[in-house]
Every structure is written in structure tokens, then in C-alpha cells.
Design a binder for this molecule. Structure first.
Ligand code: GDP
Length: 320
């Protein structure tokens, strides 16, 4: 029997990026005809380029995973670039999708879109229950606009879409550049380098108290592909995460354990903590994907990530 993805025409913006690469690999394995627009060919911040791209590459399912993003550091240094690029790309992609008659848009959103000051696990119905955390407001709001745009385009043009809200990703192919990296990649690099140079201590940012949720990138790619196939409710975004909260201190201790480095850990409390808790409720995800839960534990994922980073360090440090 022909599978859902066999011969399906799929365009993945950001398909050469961290998450995108993992999705493309899987989609191709399942027989999809995948097209990845590259920046040198189509500038997605220009509407005419987006329209031309989709007219030249007729698309049944468009996964919009392109984003200009990074960890808490880049939100301090480049708020305007984060705002402009992501807002305009998103607006253009939806407009081009309806003009080029794309079948379904799968918009990749972020947990930074949630209210930044709520307690407990974040549920889809809480998306509009308060302001984003100040540390990530530019990125968070621009991605949240995709959810608004999806509903509007369904109402006025009948365009099908879904909005997926991703928690913090980590794994092979992440950004290991300290100006951009999220916490897992930052710590992996610090620990591997400290071990190699035999330095007495490594520095971790903040107090160690914030709670985050970490999903291994390959698990996240699987969840997105399953959701693209079977989730169709434009009015209700879908969280993609593990539902498991880990403090930054626990994360640092696990990286320490797994890496083999035996120096000391110091805490730089001049660096921002960001939101105190960012963990998604995954009840709807599990139900929507027929009982699916992410199979990779944090320790197992960190092991794979550290092995990959050691083997690919030179490329990983300079890629983006
Ligand atoms: P966030 O989830 O949007 O806040 O982004 P990050 O992944 O960049 O940061 C998560 C948490 O990890 C914050 O509380 C940071 O202070 C903390 N953290 C600890 N050490 C580091 C580090 O070296 N780099 C980054 N990016 N975050 C760190």
C-alpha cells in the first residue's frame, strides 16, 4: 500500500537548517518529493520571491520551518533582526501559499510565544492568556502571528493550515556558536572544550533555577511529520514537547556526568535567567498522534549529541 508521503510534493522552508535537515531526511525516506528553497535562490523576506518559489515548485504540503532564531543571548543583541525577518517571512509565506494554491501549511511556532509569567505546564488554550516573557518577546510574538494568520487565511481563502508550538530543541546540527546557541548546545560546547583544554572550571549562565523542557531534534521531526499528516485543526495550535521539566542546574549536572569532564561548575548570575518555567502540556499531542510520545530520554539524547559534536566539532562551530 502506498504510504501517505509517497510522491507527496512537500516544500520545507528552513529545510537545510537544524530542524529542517532532520525532517527532510525522514520525508525523503518515506518517498516524498521534497523541495528546499535556499536563501541564495529565494529571499523569503521578499513576497515576490516567495510567490515565484511556490509557483515554480507546486506544493501539496508546505512546512514553514525557516526562522532567524537563537538562545537568550541573541534576543538581547539582535531583537530588531529577529522581529523583522521572522514577521515578514511568515506573512509572505502564508500570502504566497494562498496565491500559489498550496494544499496545507504547517507553521512551526515556538514555546516563546506563550505567556512568559504563567505557572505550570503550558496548555494550548493559554496561548493568549498573558504577555510573552520580555526576554523573548520579539521572536515569540512574530511566530505567534502565524497562528493568527492561519485562522484568517482559512476564513477568507479556505487555506488549510496548522500551527505547531515547539519546545527547546537540541541535538546534532544545532547552532554551537555562543552568540546564537541555546543552552544545551552552549553547555555541550563548553564541557567538551573544557575537557580538551583541561580547564579547571566551566561557567553556566544565570541561577540554575529556571525550568526548561528539551526535545531531541529527531523526535521533534517525527512529531511534526505525524502532525502534518493527521492534525487539521487550524483553530487549535498543537504543542510539541516532552512534557518533562528540567532545571538548568539538573541539565548542567547531566551534561557534566555524560561528558566525562571532571572540573568545577561556576554560575554567572549577571547573565539573564529568562522565563522561570517553560514546559509544555503534551496531553493534546499524545491524543492527536495516536499515543505517540518522544522516545529519546534527555540522557540518551545528550549522549548522542555529545558524540556527534565531538566528531563534527570544526564544522559545527562555524556553520551558523
Ligand atoms: P530560553 O529558553 O529562550 O530562555 O533560551 P536559552 O536556551 O538560551 O536559555 C535557557 C536557560 O539556560 C536560561 O535560563 C539561561 O540563562 C540558561 N543558560 C545557562 N548557561 C547558558 C549558556 O551558556 N547559554 C545559554 N544560551 N543559556 C544558558
Amino acid at each position: 500500500m502506498k504510504g501517505f508521503w509517497a510522491d507527496k510534493k512537500v516544500t520545507v522552508t528552513g529545510g537545510a537548517g537544524f530542524l529542517g535537515q532532520h525532517m527532510v531526511k525522514r520525508l525523503e525516506r518515506m518517498g516524498a518529493q521534497v523541495y528546499v528553497p535556499r536563501q541564495r535562490d529565494y529571499n523569503l523576506t521578499a513576497l515576490d520571491a516567495c510567490v515565484t518559489c511556490l509557483l515554480e515548485h507546486p506544493t501539496e504540503i508546505l512546512i514553514h520551518a525557516a526562522a532567524y532564531y537563537g538562545g537568550i543571548g541573541i534576543n538581547v543583541t539582535q531583537p530588531a533582526t529577529l522581529y523583522y525577518r521572522n514577521l515578514v517571512m511568515g506573512a509572505n509565506i502564508y500570502e504566497a501559499a494562498r496565491l500559489a494554491k498550496v494544499g496545507k501549511v504547517v507553521a512551526i511556532g515556538t514555546a516563546c510565544s506563550y505567556p512568559g509569567y504563567l505557572e505550570g505546564h503550558l496548555k494550548e488554550e493559554d496561548l493568549w492568556a498573558g504577555p510573552c516573557h520580555a526576554s523573548v518577546v520579539n521572536y515569540g510574538l512574530t511566530k505567534k502571528m502565524l497562528a493568527v494568520q492561519g485562522v484568517a487565511y482559512k476564513k477568507q481563502y479556505g487555506l488549510d493550515s496548522i500551527h505547531l508550538i515547539l519546545t527547546n530543541l537540541y541535538g546534532p546540527g544545532d547552532s554551537y556558536n555562543p552568540d546564537r546557541s541555546h543552552v544545551v548546545a552552549a553547555l555541550v560546547r563548553k564541557w567538551v572544550e573544557a575537557e580538551a583544554a583541561n580547564t579547571p572550571s566551566v561557567e553556566v549562565w544565570g541561577t540554575g533555577k529556571p525550568v526548561r523542557e528539551f526535545i531531541y531534534v529527531e523526535d521533534c521531526a517525527d512529531a511534526i511529520i505525524l502532525a502534518a499528516q493527521s492534525y487539521n485543526d487550524v483553530n487549535t495550535p498543537l504543542n510539541i514537547g516532552t512534557g518533562v521539566g528540567t532545571t538548568i542546574r539538573e541539565l548542567a549536572e547531566t551534561v557534566h556526568d555524560v561528558s566525562g569532564y571532571r572540573g568545577k561548575m561556576t554560575w554567572n548570575t549577571d547573565k539573564p535567567d529568562g522565563a522561570m518555567m517553560k514546559v509544555l502540556d503534551t496531553t493534546r499531542l499524545t491524543a492527536a498522534l495516536g499515543g505517540w510520545t518522544p522516545p529519546t530520554s534527555l540522557r540518551e539524547g545528550l549522549n548522542k549529541t555529545i558524540d556527534w559534536y565531538r566528531a563534527n566539532k570544526a564544522m559545527a562551530d562555524t556553520k551558523w
